[in-house]
Design a protein around this ligand. Structure first.
Ligand SMILES: [Zn+2]
Ligand SMILES: [Zn+2]
Length: 206
């Protein structure tokens, strides 16, 4: 259902673009390469804010029961949860595409790169595996980027960690779980321990 909603809305945006209703442009360097690359960064920043606040709204009790509960049926999610939405939530999620298309001058490849990046981050958040190294969430620069542990905690503990790409809004609004940093370090510790055990097993087998 989510994919149908996503596909339908994107099809409408493509139609609107072909008929001159959106801010699509060509060729690639019409506004310079600077704008081309900046437009992708802008889309990510805009989506991060859009996602945080629509997500907070979906956690409002009446909306949660009606709509967002479907996504939270996954308590320890897998990448399949990346599109496990109620159709209304799917409509909210894909809403970022028309919002961009009607407001920001964009090249079709820029919005495609943005969409792929969004998908990648969405899958990473639901992966159930932490990629980032020890100390990532306490590093003065990297702590502003979210991790797989961050969204996994959101599914497990619900009323915390609402952000998507970045940790700006969760920090500003004080919605990071108080044990986020410690949980991240515990996950990394377990992962590293697993690696050591696996190597030891291999050594024994040799
Ligand atoms: Zn949620
Ligand atoms: Zn999720």
């Amino acid at each position: 259902m989510s994919m149908l909603v996503f596909g339908g809305v994107i099809l409408l945006v493509v139609w609107a673009s072909k008929n001159g209703f959106t801010r699509v442009y060509a060729p690639l360097n019409k506004y310079g390469y600077g704008w081309y690359f900046f437009s992708i960064v802008l889309m990510v920043l805009l989506h991060d804010t859009y996602f945080y606040w629509t997500h907070r709204l979906l956690h409002w009790k009446p909306l949660f029961k009606l709509v967002h509960k479907t996504h939270h049926l996954s308590i320890n999610p897998t990448p399949f949860a990346a599109y496990a939405f109620h159709p209304v939530e799917a409509l909210v999620e894909v809403g970022i595409i028309p919002l961009i298309a009607f407001t920001i001058p964009y090249h079709p490849t820029a919005i495609t790169i943005f969409s792929l990046y969004a998908l990648l981050l969405n899958v990473m958040g639901h992966l159930g595996f932490e990629f980032f190294p020890k100390g990532f969430v306490s590093h003065r620069l990297f702590k502003w980027h979210n991790t797989s542990t961050h969204h996994n905690m959101h599914h497990r503990l619900v009323k915390c960690n609402y952000g998507l790409y970045f940790n700006f809004w969760d920090r500003i609004m004080h919605t990071n779980h108080p044990h986020y940093e410690q949980s991240f370090e515990d996950v990394v510790e377990t992962r590293e321990q697993g690696k050591i055990e696996m190597l030891a097993k291999k050594a024994v087998l040799k």
